[in-house]
Ligand binder design. Structure first.
Ligand code: ATP
Ligand code: MG
Length: 420
C-alpha cells in the first residue's frame, strides 16, 4: 500500500534498510524494515525479548540489558536475513527535559540548498545545558523563510533569511552513557536517539490529531512518557517514572502473591475502574511460598480493582500535573491517545478520560506495514515509530549523510557537539 507513510512526511525519507531498537523496561524489541524512496516501509525482521536490566526506563544491569538487546536484534536479523549495525534507539531515562531552540542564518536571496540547511541546523544552541546533561533528541520542527512560518522543507525556495526551530530533549549524561555502553557491547551504533513518546506518536497518530493538537501518553512497564504534538511536530515531552510494573508490584504485595501471578491476575481480571459486579465475582489468588497444590485464596475481584485503581490514578494525576506545568495543556487540545502495554488494562481509557478530562482513545501502530498480530499492539508503538521517523524524513541528520560516511553514534555525537 503506497502512501501509507505519507503522514507528516518531510525532507528526504531514508531509503533502504532501517533498524529500530526499543530498549524498554519490560521488553527489548527490534524491527528491521525496508523503506522505499516514497517513504513507504515494510517490516522484514522482528525480534523481541523480555527485559530484566532496566528500571524506570534506565539501565540498572548492563549484562542483562546487553543480553536482551543481542537476543532481540539477532532474532530480527535472522528473520530479515540481513545484519544490522546502526539502529534508531528510544530513550526515556535520565529525567528528560524538553526545549525548543530557534535560530536564523542569512541565505542572501539564492535558492536554499542542503548546505544552507546544514548551516542553520549548526547554529542551534540549547539554552539549558549543563555538564551533567546532554542533548539526546534533536529534531527540526519547522523552518521559516524570511519570517514566514510553517515551511516544512525549505530546499528549493528563495529568500534572504532561513530560520529553524529545533525541538531538543536533554537528559542526564550518566543515564545516556549506560544506554550507549549496552549498545556498544551489543556491537551496535545508535544512529539517532529519540524520546519514546515522540516515536510512539509517529506510529499511532492520524494526520488531524498531529496537526490540530494531541497528547500521547505511552504507559510502559517502568515509565509513562508524554508527548504533545501540534502543527505536525513534537513540541513537548516528559516522563513519569511509573508504569504497569508498579501496578503489578502493588498487587503482589497487597495480595501476598508471587509477581508472576500478580501480572497474570492484572491482565486477566484487573480493571482500572471498579464496577459493582466486581463485588460478587471471586478470583483465585495463589499465595507466596505455597506449593502449586495448596488451596489458593478466594478474593472478590473488587479487591483487585481497589489495589489497581489508586496506582493507575496516581500515574495519570502525575501526567496531568506535568502537562499543566508545561504550559502546553491548552495547545494540546482535548484529544489524548493512550498507548504502551499498560494502556491495555481494562478501564484505563475510561479512567484517563476522567482524570485528564479529555477525549481518550487507545493507539496502536498503524503507519507501518508487515507487523504481525503479536507485534501490532500498543506495546510496539515506540519501535514502529522509530522506523516512521526515518521513513518520514524527519531527521536532522540525513542531509549531512550525503557528504559524510555514517559512523553511527560517533557521528551523532560529533553532530551534536558541533551543533550545540
Ligand atoms: N493486557 C494487559 N493489561 C494490562 N496491562 C498489560 C497488558 N499487557 C501488557 N500490560 C502491561 O504493560 C507493561 C509493559 O508495557 P510495554 O511493553 O509498553 O513496556 P516497555 O516499553 O517495555 O517499558 P517502558 O516503556 O516503561 O520502558 C507491563 O507492566 C504489563 O503488565
Ligand atoms: Mg516503552
Amino acid at each position: 500500500m503506497n502512501g501509507i507513510n505519507k503522514l507528516g512526511t518531510r525532507g528526504t525519507a531514508r531509503s533502504g534498510l532501517v533498524a529500530a531498537l526499543d530498549v524498554g523496561s519490560s521488553k527489548v524489541c527490534c524491527f528491521i524494515a525496508r523503506v522505499d524512496a516514497t517513504g513507504a516501509s515494510r517490516i522484514v525482521g522482528i525480534g523481541h525479548q523480555v527485559s530484566r536490566g532496566l528500571r524506570g526506563g534506565a539501565v540498572v544491569d548492563l549484562e542483562a540489558t546487553v543480553a536482551a538487546i543481542t537476543a532481540a536484534v539477532e532474532a530480527a536479523e535472522r528473520m530479515a536475513n540481513e545484519t544490522v549495525k546502526r539502529v534508531l534507539v528510544n530513550f526515556s531515562c535520565g529525567d528528560p527535559a524538553s526545549h525548543t531552540v530557534g535560530v536564523e542564518v542569512a541565505v542572501s536571496g539564492h535558492e536554499i540548498s542542503d548546505a544552507d540547511l546544514r548551516r542553520v541546523l549548526a547554529q542551534g544552541r540549547p539554552r539549558a545545558e549543563s555538564g551533567e546533561r546532554e542533548v539526546a533528541h534533536a529534531v527540526p520542527v519547522g523552518f521559516r523563510v524570511d519570517g514566514a512560518n510553517g515551511v516544512r522543507d525549505p530546499r528549493g525556495m528563495f529568500g534572504s533569511r532561513l530560520g529553524v526551530d529545533i525541538h531538543v530533549v536533554t537528559a542526564s549524561t550518566g543515564a545516556l552513557r549506560n544506554l550507549r555502553i549496552c549498545l556498544e557491547r551489543a556491537h551496535l551504533d545508535a544512529e539517532e536517539t529519540l524520546i519514546s513518546s515522540y516515536a510512539s506518536g509517529l506510529s499511532i497518530l492520524d494526520e488531524d490529531e498531529m496537526n490540530l493538537g494531541v497528547t500521547v501518553i505511552d504507559m510502559g512497564g517502568g515509565s509513562t512518557t508524554i508527548a504533545v504534538f501540534y502543527d505536525h511536530d513534537l513540541h513537548f515531552a516528559d516522563v513519569v517514572t511509573l508504569g504497569g510494573q508498579h501496578v503489578t508490584n502493588d498487587i503482589a504485595r497487597g495480595l501476598a502473591t508471587p509477581v508472576a501471578h500478580a501480572e497474570r491476575m492484572k491482565t486477566l481480571y484487573g480493571t482500572a475502574i471498579a464496577s459493582p459486579a466486581d463485588e460478587s465475582a471471586m478470583i483465585d489468588v495463589p499465595q507466596v511460598g505455597e506449593t502449586e497444590l495448596a488451596e489458593p485464596n478466594h478474593v472478590p475481584r473488587s479487591l483487585l480493582s481497589s489495589i489497581i485503581q489508586p496506582r493507575a490514578e496516581e500515574i495519570l494525576e502525575f501526567v496531568r500535573e506535568r502537562l499543566e506545568l508545561s504550559g502546553y495543556a491548552r495547545t494540546a487540545g482535548r484529544r489524548v491517545v493512550l498507548t504502551g502495554g499498560a494502556s491495555q488494562l481494562t478501564g484505563m481509557r475510561e479512567l484517563a478520560a476522567k482524570v485528564l478530562d479529555k477525549q481518550v482513545r487507545i493507539g496502536r501502530p498503524v503507519h507501518i506495514q508487515g507487523l504481525a498480530e503479536a507485534t501490532g499492539g500498543p506495546a510496539f508503538a515506540t519501535c514502529a515509530g522509530l522506523l516512521c521517523h526515518a521513513a518520514q524524513g524527519r531527521s536532522a541528520l540525513p542531509e549531512a549523510a550525503e557528504t559524510a560516511p555514517r559512523q553511527g553514534l560517533a557521528r551523532v555525537g560529533q553532530w551534536l557537539r558541533e551543533n550545540f
